[in-house]
Design a protein around this ligand. Structure first.
Ligand SMILES: [Zn+2]
Length: 451
C-alpha cells in the first residue's frame, strides 16, 4: 500500500507540474503573443522595416499611408508626403516610425484568440491635421525647425512638423549633399531635438517670481541697455528705462530678467525648471521626447542671469514645452499629448491630464501677462483668434543667426490650442514666427469649425 501511495503522490506532483507549465504557457501567450508576432522584422507583418498591413489617415480621413505586401504607398500629394514623413517613417528605416510599431498588433489585425485575423489590416486615425502640417511646411519655406500645436484640454496633437524633410517617393542623395539643406533630415525635431530657447524661457523665470516674490507686481527695474553682473555685462536689445515685470516680460528686457534671476537664486530657478518639466521627457504613442536642460553647475551670477533669460546652457524640447504653455492656459494642468486617436474599434485614445505643475492662480496670472504681450507688443491683429497669449525668443547661436522661437496659446473654449515654433538660424523671434503661427492656427481653426 505504501508503494502505491508513494506512486500516487508522484503522479499528483507530475500532474500539478504539467498544469503549472500549461498555465504559465497560456499566461505568457496571452501577454506576449502579440509582441512576438508583430515585433519589428517579424515576417508575418513586416517586409524589412515596413509593416505590410494597415492604413493611416489624418483626423479628416485623408489617406497618409497604406502598408501593402509590395511596400508602402504614401499620399498622392507631394507636400503631404513631405510634411508627414517624420511621423510615418521612410521605406528604408532612416526615419523610423515608432508610432506604427507601438500599435503593430492592431495594425496587423492581431489578437491572441484568432491570431492575425484581418487580411486588410487595421485603420489608424491620427489626431493630426494634414492641412496644418502642410501649412506649417510651406510657411517654413525650406528653413529648418519645428512646429507643434496641440489641444491642451483634450491632448490631440494637430500639427507636428519637422523641417527639413524630403519626398519619400523621390529620395534625395542625402549623404552626398553639400548644400546643408538636408542637415539632420532624419531627426524628428519637435520630438527629438533640444533647442536653446532664448526668451521664451523667461516664462519659467516668471513662474518662479510669481510664486516666490510677494511684491513682484510692484517691483521695478531700470534698463539702460546694459547691466554689469559679477563684473561682466548683460546686454538688452533696447533701452527700456524704468519698468515693472509685466512690461519687462512684454518687451523681453534682459536687464530686468537677468537681475530677477540673480534675486531668485540658482536653487529656486533650478527647482522651478524641474517642476515645470523642462528637464523631463514625455512619452506617448511609442514616441519619446528629448529632455531639456537647466544646469547651473559651476555657474556664477552672470551665468545665472543668462540662464534666467534663456541662454547659458538652457535647452528645451518643443513638445515638452508645448505642455508647459498648455498648462499656463489651462489653469496649471494640461492634457497629455496624443497623436493616435484610434485604431479600428480596438483602440480609442482617452484624455489624460498630466500632473499639475503650478497653482491655478499662478497659471491665470501668467496667462494674463502673455495675453498682455500680444495686445501690447506682438499685435492681436496678427492672430486669427481673439484671445492669444504668447512669448517670443531670439536664441543667440555662436557664429550663426539666432534661432527664432515663439510659444503660446489660444484662449477660447472652441479652440484650446497651445503652440511652439522654432525656426533655426532665422533671426528675430516674433517677426519670423508670427506669420507661421498665424497660418497654422488659421488652418486648424477652419478645420475644427467644419467638424
Ligand atoms: Zn531692457
Amino acid at each position: 500500500m505504501r508503494k502505491v501511495s508513494g506512486r500516487a503522490k508522484v503522479v499528483i506532483l507530475l500532474a500539478l507540474l504539467v498544469l503549472w507549465c500549461l498555465t504559465a504557457f497560456f499566461v505568457q501567450y496571452l501577454l506576449r503573443a502579440g509582441v512576438c508576432v508583430t515585433f519589428p522584422g517579424s515576417p508575418h507583418v513586416y517586409t524589412g522595416n515596413n509593416l505590410t498591413t494597415g492604413v493611416v489617415r489624418d483626423r479628416n480621413g485623408t489617406l497618409l499611408l497604406e502598408n501593402q505586401e509590395q511596400g508602402r504607398v504614401y499620399s498622392s500629394d507631394e507636400t503631404i508626403r513631405k510634411a508627414t514623413l517624420h511621423l510615418l517613417g521612410d521605406r528604408y528605416g532612416y526615419i523610423p516610425a515608432p508610432m506604427l510599431s507601438a500599435y503593430a498588433d492592431q495594425m496587423a489585425g492581431f489578437d491572441p484568440v484568432r491570431g492575425i485575423y484581418g487580411s486588410e489590416g487595421g485603420e489608424m486615425t491620427l489626431s493630426l491635421s494634414a492641412l496644418a502640417n502642410t501649412t506649417a511646411y510651406e510657411a517654413l519655406d525650406g528653413r529648418h525647425g519645428s512646429v507643434a500645436v496641440y489641444n491642451y484640454k483634450s491632448g490631440e496633437v494637430l500639427c507636428l512638423l519637422s523641417s527639413p524633410s524630403y519626398d519619400p517617393d523621390h529620395m534625395p542623395d542625402v549623404e552626398n549633399d553639400t548644400t546643408g539643406q538636408y542637415d539632420g533630415v532624419y531627426i524628428n525635431r519637435p520630438l527629438a531635438a533640444s533647442y536653446s530657447p532664448g526668451s521664451i524661457f523667461k516664462l519659467v523665470t516668471m513662474v518662479a517670481a510669481i510664486e516666490t516674490m510677494p511684491d513682484w507686481q510692484t517691483k521695478t527695474y531700470t534698463c539702460n541697455g546694459v547691466t554689469t553682473i559679477d563684473g561682466r555685462e548683460v546686454h538688452c536689445l533696447n533701452v527700456h528705462g524704468t519698468i515693472d515685470l509685466a512690461t519687462a516680460l512684454a518687451k523681453s528686457c534682459n536687464v530686468a530678467f537677468g537681475q530677477l534671476a540673480v534675486e531668485l537664486g540658482a536653487e529656486t530657478l533650478t527647482q522651478t525648471a524641474q517642476r515645470l518639466g523642462i528637464t523631463s521627457s514625455l512619452s506617448f504613442d511609442g514616441l519619446r521626447t528629448a529632455a531639456g536642460s537647466f544646469d547651473l553647475t559651476g555657474a556664477d551670477n552672470w551665468d545665472l542671469a543668462w540662464a534666467g533669460i534663456g541662454q547659458h546652457t538652457d535647452l528645451i524640447n518643443p513638445v515638452q514645452f508645448l505642455t508647459f504653455v498648455g498648462a499656463i492656459a489651462n489653469g496649471g494642468q494640461a492634457a497629455q499629448p496624443y497623436l493616435v486617436a484610434s485604431v479600428d474599434q480596438s483602440y480609442q485614445a482617452k484624455t489624460t491630464l498630466l500632473p499639475r505643475i503650478m497653482e491655478e492662480d499662478t497659471a491665470q496670472t501668467l496667462a494674463a501677462l502673455m495675453v498682455n504681450n500680444v495686445e501690447t507688443v506682438y499685435g492681436s491683429r496678427n492672430f486669427p483668434a481673439q484671445i492669444v497669449g504668447a512669448k517670443s525668443g531670439t536664441a543667440e547661436q555662436e557664429g550663426a543667426l539666432p534661432h527664432a522661437t515663439f510659444a503660446g496659446f489660444v484662449q477660447d473654449e472652441s479652440y484650446p490650442l497651445a503652440f511652439v515654433v522654432v525656426v533655426e538660424n532665422a533671426g528675430a523671434g516674433s517677426e519670423t514666427c508670427i506669420p507661421i503661427v498665424s497660418a497654422v492656427l488659421t488652418a486648424i481653426m477652419q478645420e475644427l469649425e467644419g467638424q
